[in-house]
Write a protein that binds this ligand. Structure first.
Ligand code: BES
Ligand code: MN
Ligand code: ZN
Length: 512
């Protein structure tokens, strides 16, 4: 896919589709920079057929005889009403949504080349307008047809091959930078969707290792894969236990980006659950909907994809580490059983009550190992960890639990900027109490109540005093709230939040 800034006047664009974005306004005139388009819109506007409402579109075919404009089609997309003067995040989201609406319609029209004219007077920085519009265009035109033997003509749409942005009256340098920021983040999110869309037999743990190694070679990152034998030596009883029923070898993938040059520069550690298929193990899940458990690796996908964007951007003054513990969770005669007791990397013993509560087992080893080995300044883990978070928050928000308020605040802010909202849920001694075991240090389930927080309480046992945040993305990694720029299937959630977080990172310096 080509994505570029085009300096040509929109009137001279001769591709398949020229897109304008228009705000809903009470006034009589249509707020569109093109006179020709304003003229076209007059009747639609007067009759109320097109008023710039969110989701509304207006398509016309400029007559061949008029040379203004000369694109084959012109599509006008409604942005909706001006957002609250101090709500930049709502404005950012409006642009993504309108861009998503535009590319959906464009794909249905089999458009191959498209130019989008950036709207004026949005109240946002010029770079932000380009960033969010680019994100919406890329995220909204995502498709996954790798396994369809007849591509394209199976459904009624095709992939858009070339996008260009037209800066209009906005500053073209700022637009160029914003466009590239949006592109890197959205491409990374699409990469995470690709990983998630792969079936269990197309994306075993070894694929995470391959992806990380390729990324490391391309961008000069360091990559280490901890294999099964090494896990045994290190005593990673959690990931080994979950892997017992699987024929696919487990992997602990470690990727390091070093943008810090001073000793005091902070290190942020990201950990993602990379469960490539979760059947539940001996505590087998019901058959209905089990196929969705190929998405149980979305935390790992988010973390490694975010590393792709970070490696491209190379932020200075920060080191970012990514760890992905990866295995399948299957029933077998060799599998972990309810009642079994395992020993984690840090020596803590755990009684297995339910083999389907496996995410916390693999994350526990990765958290304890990563913190002991790299002494990071902050840790964030991401996991499709509990069905309970869907009961609590639906598919609208990611659950956030944190030991550190300023870390939590930074993540909430990044999520709001990215249009990936989170909601903070509690941690605390009451929840830790629920996972005490009669026979071991802890047990892997905490009873009926507060399932999202008791899962977090389990992880809490493995992070010590390091500032830590846990994102439960079980409700948002797929079936996320319907949006024009998020097609059905995996959403790529949290990738853009992480990229935004790193861009705006305000860590405590070491020793302060
Ligand atoms: N991967 C699942 C969580 C999940 C469920 C994600 C539904 C997305 C949709 C996790 O491994 C799991 O099975 N959790 C159990 C924990 C329980 C046994 C304590 C759950 O939530 O049911
Ligand atoms: Mn499970
Ligand atoms: Zn799981």
């Amino acid at each position: 896919m080509i994505f570029e800034l085009n300096q040509k006047e929109p009137e001279l664009f001769s591709g398949d589709l020229l897109a304008y974005f228009i705000r809903e306004s009470e006034g009589k005139t249509v707020p569109c920079p093109s006179k020709a388009v304003r003229r076209k819109l007059k009747h639609a506007w007067k009759s109320g057929d097109f008023t710039g409402k969110k989701g509304q579109t207006f398509l016309f075919y400029p007559a061949a005889s008029t040379k203004n404009p000369s694109a084959y089609r012109v599509l006008v997309i409604g942005l909706g009403k001006a957002a609250d003067a101090n709500d930049n995040n709502a404005r950012r989201e409006q642009l993504r949504l309108a861009a998503g609406t535009a590319v959906r319609q464009a794909a249905g029209l089999k458009v191959k080349s498209m130019m989008a004219v950036l709207p004026e007077k949005t109240g946002l920085e010029d770079s932000e307008v380009a960033e969010c519009l680019t994100e919406g265009l890329i995220l909204g035109s995502y498709r996954f047809d790798k396994y369809k033997s007849k591509k394209e003509d199976q459904d009624d749409s095709i992939a858009i091959e070339a996008f260009s942005l037209q800066a209009g009256t906005l500053d073209s340098q700022a637009v160029y930078e914003g466009m590239n920021q949006g592109k890197r983040a959205a491409d990374a999110a699409c990469r995470a969707r690709d990983m998630a869309n792969e079936p269990g037999n197309g994306w075993p743990p070894a694929k995470f290792a391959e992806f990380a190694q390729r990324l490391a070679r391309k961008h000069k990152l360091s990559c280490e894969i901890i294999e099964k034998d090494a896990m045994k030596k290190l005593g990673m009883g959690g990931i080994l236990g979950v892997n017992q029923g699987s024929a696919e070898p487990p992997k602990l993938v470690i990727l390091k980006y070093e943008g810090g040059s001073k000793k005091t520069d902070p290190t942020l550690m990201l950990v993602g659950k990379g469960l490539t298929f979760d059947a539940g193990g001996i505590s087998l899940k019901p058959g209905q909907g089990m196929e969705d458990m190929k998405y149980d690796m979305c935390g790992g996908a988010a973390v490694l994809s975010a590393m792709q964007a970070i490696a491209q951007e190379r932020p200075q003054g920060i080191n970012v580490l990514a760890l992905v513990p990866s295995t399948e969770n299957l029933p077998a005669s060799t599998a972990l059983k309810p009642g079994d007791i395992i020993t984690h990397y840090n020596g803590k013993t755990s009684e297995i009550i339910n083999t389907d509560a496996e995410g916390r087992l693999i994350l526990a080893d990765a958290l304890a190992y990563g913190i002991a080995t790299y002494a990071p300044d902050a840790v964030i883990d991401l996991a499709t960890l509990t069905g309970a978070v869907i009961i609590g928050l639906g598919n609208h928000r990611t659950g956030l639990m944190a030991t550190d308020d300023s870390l939590a605040e930074q993540i909430l802010t990044a999520g709001d900027r990215a249009g990936e909202p989170l909601w903070r849920l509690p941690l605390g001694p009451e929840y830790s109490e629920q996972i005490k075991s009669q026979v071991a240090d802890i047990k892997n389930t905490g009873g009926r109540g507060g399932g999202t927080s008791t899962a977090a309480a389990y992880l809490h046992e493995f992070v010590g005093d390091t500032p830590w945040a846990h994102l439960d993305i079980a409700g948002t990694a797929w079936n996320f709230t319907e949006k024009s720029y998020i097609p059905k299937g995996p959403s790529g959630i949290a990738v853009r939040t992480l990229v935004d977080l790193v861009r705006h990172w305000q860590g405590k310096k070491k020793g302060s």
